[in-house]
Ligand binder design. Structure first.
Ligand SMILES: Nc1ncnc2c1ncn2[C@@H]1O[C@H](COP(=O)(O)OP(=O)(O)OP(=O)(O)O)[C@@H](O)[C@H]1O
Length: 695
């Protein structure tokens, strides 16, 4: 029986067409399934460069271009266009086998030659070419064909390359765009989703190439399934992954593996697919975990769309990490009595007073977590030797001894009164698991890994049997917005060379991404594995407006402008629920919510459950993991971002000062990169120093 698949690039275009056209295309799929070869009505194209390209009727206006195999019965819909354009497109395009990945390349030689004439003319007198830094042999190794190579050599500006997207093969264009965005040939090679050893492909065997292209072709079981794909935007990436996403999600690893990448590069999507893959292996229970319960419920919802049967769903637990630790604890000891933050601060205050110490309760609250618990300090001697760099103030030996006495008192008190914090619950749960030979999980997949504490990492390490495919970790340290900076090695997780980096941003326009990245320019950020993380090569294909930066003389003017901006977005057709507003402080968030309500604009606190028809407002921290069509980041003024209280003074502790500034910069970076199409940033008075770095 003949089978029709749809190429992902075509699917993306069809996705944007009107509903009746999509329905017609669905019907073509239905007819195709029922037809015998003779009944397929595939039209040959006269004067075609490639006689494997045929056309098929969609309706009286639209026609599809289909790649017909020389043998076999797997057909691929590669384009849908108005009748005459479809014929013209089919006449012009050529199909070849890409030498780097062995998949099909579809390109337009005539358009390439026309463009080449134009750019050769432009290149005269221009000193440097766009790809002077890349050798011919590297370009050829990356699958660039002879003709594309000649074209690439004449390029002087990235805009010329952007225009070439319409006629170059997708894969070859991706390679060139990656190199133009600063990736090395090795990074581009990895991005192609191949191993380090190049394979030799038979460039004459198109059928084999079509087979290999299967991860870029959606095979649907009939029109109903295709219509489902059209209805749910989520289903688009569900059906299609970038080759590197696919590779990391489906690989077998000898131990813990990790995926990094800038904002919006599809790490969460890769983690979801990894979870599905592990569930299908059926080797034991999979835990999919993240930092907060709100993010965990969003993961749970998305995963449900990926899993096909109730049996598969039963094999996966989706919880935030503290929830899992609480469950293990409760099974052994019953529910813990958790100390609220205010209660804890009161205890610290009382104990410092008792010891006549000048240390503040907040200092001890942090010191206990970030030094004592993080480094598993159990004695005065350990504490005297513990690393305290970046802790905000140095302590003389005598002060350390006194701090330890207070910490000791505090820990005794917790024990005597059977009171717990989330951290001690996590530590006790780790102890329970370490003692037990039975592990609750066969695999653990972690999302938003950058903010996990050492205690949480040790817990996860203890919750899964050590061995192949045990831990899969997705995260981006550029988005680290809390205090901990653990090294995976120090918490017993060895990722060896099992690490990959995603670079293509699917969320944000190139303009918003460039704006946000320039804020981090020159900032050195660790990769959780004792190396520096890179953000080079992070790129987006989609263009839009530059972010709008607006300064006002007074808070009143800033508020008025926010209301006007939201009204303008709504007038332009943006739904209220597609708008997000972020501010650094809770007060400003409350203020903005009240303002919008007064103006009759429905507004809700941020929630992963979906906005309904209301603008979503929250703190910059709360924006983590979310995305909106339009985002307004407000109150980005001097002293507000970063807030003075959030940054240790350089005189007190230089390292802590640098860490605090970096973290605050990342908080703004996270908020800005939630925007898909438009970003609006406002302040009153002087702008934040972070904005001065932006260009
Ligand atoms: N291969 C893909 N093709 C098309 N869209 C994709 C693909 N992968 C991810 N996306 C979309 O890109 C957006 C960002 O994906 P995702 O949330 O997985 O990124 P992330 O790297 O986890 O982001 P962040 O770190 O900023 O939270 C989502 O809308 C997702 O549906």
């Amino acid at each position: 029986m003949a089978r029709l698949g749809i190429h992902i690039e075509c699917l993306k275009e069809v996705f944007r067409m009107e509903a009746p056209v999509r329905t017609r295309i669905g019907e073509v799929f239905g007819k195709f399934e029922q037809a015998t070869y003779a009944g397929l009505h595939l039209e040959k194209v006269n004067n075609a460069r490639d006689d494997r390209l045929r056309t098929i009727r969609v309706d009286s206006f639209w026609r599809g271009v289909v790649l017909a195999p020389e043998s076999g019965d797997s057909y691929t819909l590669v384009k849908v266009l108005p009748h005459d354009d479809a014929y013209r497109w089919a006449e012009r395009h050529k199909i070849e086998v890409n030498t780097a990945n062995g998949c099909i390349d579809i390109w337009d030689p005539a358009a390439l030659h026309e463009a080449l004439d134009e750019i050769e003319h432009e290149a005269q007198g221009v000193p440097g070419q766009l790809f002077d830094h890349v050798s011919d042999s590297d370009l050829i190794r990356l699958g660039i064909s002879k003709e594309t190579l000649a074209f690439a050599r004449e390029l002087t500006r990235v805009e010329q390359l952007e225009k070439a997207k319409t006629f170059l093969s997708d894969t070859q264009w991706d390679v060139l765009f990656g190199l133009a965005a600063g990736m090395t040939p090795e990074e581009v090679w990895e991005d192609l989703g191949r191993g380090v050893e190049p394979e030799q492909f038979d460039t004459e065997d198109l059928s084999a190439a079509v087979e290999r292209t299967s991860d870029r072709v959606l095979l649907v079981d009939g029109p109903a399934e295709l219509m489902k794909v059209f209805r749910e935007s989520f289903a688009l990436w569900r059906a299609y992954l970038h080759p590197l996403q696919y590779q990391v999600a489906h690989a077998s690893y000898r131990g813990p593996a990790r995926i990094t990448g800038g904002p919006g590069t599809g790490k969460t999507v890769a983690a979801l697919h990894r979870t599905r893959h592990l569930a299908l292996q059926n080797e034991g229970t999979v835990l999919l975990t993240t930092f907060t319960s709100a993010l965990a419920s969003a993961l749970g919802r998305d995963l449900a769309l990926l899993l096909e049967t109730p049996e598969q769903a039963q094999r996966v637990h989706v919880h935030n990490v503290d929830q899992v630790a609480h469950r293990i604890f409760t099974e052994r000891h019953g529910r813990p009595m958790i100390l609220r933050k205010e209660e804890e601060l009161d205890i610290w205050k009382r104990l410092t007073k008792k010891r006549k110490s000048s240390l503040s309760e907040q200092f001890l609250y942090d010191e206990w977590r970030q030094v004592v618990l993080a480094q598993q300090v159990t004695s005065a001697g350990d504490y005297l030797r513990a690393k305290r760099s970046g802790r905000g103030r140095s302590l003389r030996a005598q002060q350390r001894a006194q701090a330890w006495e207070i910490i000791w008192d505090f820990q005794q008190e917790l024990q005597v009164f059977d009171r717990w914090t989330h951290e001690t619950v996590c530590i006790e749960a780790t102890r329970i698991l370490t003692e037990s030979s039975e592990k609750p999980y066969r695999h653990i997949v972690v999302d938003e890994a950058q903010d996990f504490s050492p205690m949480q990492w040790r817990f996860l390490r203890a919750a899964v049997t050590e061995g192949s495919d045990d831990l899969f970790i997705a995260g981006d340290t550029h988005q680290r917005i809390y205090h901990y900076r653990p090294s995976l090695r120090e918490v017993g997780i060895d990722i060896g060379g099992r690490s990959a980096r995603l670079t293509l941003n699917y969320r944000t326009t190139a303009e918003i991404l460039a704006w946000s990245l320039s804020m981090l320019h020159g900032v050195q950020i660790d990769d959780m594995n004792e190396q520096l993380e890179k953000i080079a090569g992070c790129r987006s294909y989609v263009h839009g407006e530059r972010p709008s930066e607006r300064g006002f003389p007074t808070p009143f003017d800033e508020r008025e402008a926010l209301v006007a901006q939201i009204q303008a977005w709504v007038k332009a057709g943006v739904e209220l629920g597609e708008i997000g507003i972020a501010a650094r402080s809770d007060i400003l968030v409350r203020d903005a919510k009240e303002l919008l309500e007064r103006e009759g604009i429905p507004a809700n606190a941020l929630s992963k459950k979906g906005a309904g028809n209301a603008v979503q407002i929250g703190t910059m921290h709360g924006m983590k993991g979310l995305e909106f069509r339009c985002v307004a980041v407000i109150g980005v003024g001097e002293n507000q971002v970063p807030p003075t209280r959030a940054v240790t003074s350089a005189v007190e502790d230089e390292t802590a000062h640098a860490h605090d500034l970096q973290r605050e910069r990342c908080v703004l970076f996270v908020a800005a990169t939630r925007a898909r199409e438009q970003l609006y940033v406002s302040w009153h008075g002087q702008p934040s120093a972070f904005l001065k770095a932006v260009h």
